[in-house]
Design a protein around this ligand. Structure first.
Ligand code: MFK
Length: 168
């Protein structure tokens, strides 16, 4: 388990969207999750996502796939901010422990679990309506560190806009 990167943001730092059109955190996406995040203690990322009617799977309940998006985002943020290197999700495993009603806020805590070569392991818990609320979801993920060219070769990122440390 490596220490956080020397340039990793300090606890309490609010993290804006890494990309304005990101479905997870962007502020320009109608119906997006608009996940808010900040740096917590001990190299964690604290993220919050409020479930709206745009996020339903059954009447009044969040869609599980969208909840997985919130965890993908929070875990990606954990990896990106703590290691300051671009990475993509290779594997994401989610345990849905309680239904998440519309109007509730999911409090997610993400942490790094280890690094082995290009593989980065991270996990997160999500609690309902309060950082100490009932546990609603748990997720584990494997991220793979990639070269910046991943985003310019496979996507439409402009190399001139890309920050050298984290994902576009
Ligand atoms: C601050 C920034 C905040 C950012 C937040 C963003 C949150 C959202 C994040 C995302 O959603 S990213 C989008 C979803 N993910 C993708 O689109 C990734 C698509 N997959 C790929 O591009 C490639 O498969 C990948 C880069 C993951 C791996 O291909 P590579 O050819 O570069 O690597 P390779 O296949 O050699 O794998 C490297 C290591 O990872 C392992 N690996 C790769 N994929 C795996 C997998 N799925 N499960 C288990 N292990 C996996 C692989 O076995 C190997 O292990 P070893 O080093 O031990 O040999």
């Amino acid at each position: 388990m490596p220490p956080p990167h020397p340039d990793a943001p300090e606890p309490g730092t609010r993290l804006g969207p890494h990309y304005h059109q990101c479905f997870g955190c962007g502020d320009e996406v109608e119906g997006g999750l608009r996940l808010h995040a900040e740096v917590g203690k001990d190299s964690t990322i604290l993220a919050e996502f409020t479930v709206t009617e745009a996020h339903q799977g059954a009447p009044g309940l969040a869609h599980g796939g969208l909840l997985a998006v919130a965890f993908d985002e929070a875990l990606g943020n954990t990896v990106g901010q703590m290691l300051r290197e671009p990475a993509v999700t290779g594997r994401l495993e989610t345990d849905f422990l309680r239904p998440v009603p519309v109007g509730s806020t999911l409090h997610i805590v993400g942490k790094l679990d280890g690094v082995a070569g290009r593989k980065v392991y991270a996990s997160a818990d999500g609690r309902l309506n309060d950082p100490d609320g009932p546990l609603a979801l748990r997720a584990r993920a494997l991220f793979v560190l990639v070269d910046f060219s991943h985003f310019t070769t496979h996507g439409t990122a402009d190399p001139r806009d890309v920050h050298p440390d984290i994902n576009p």
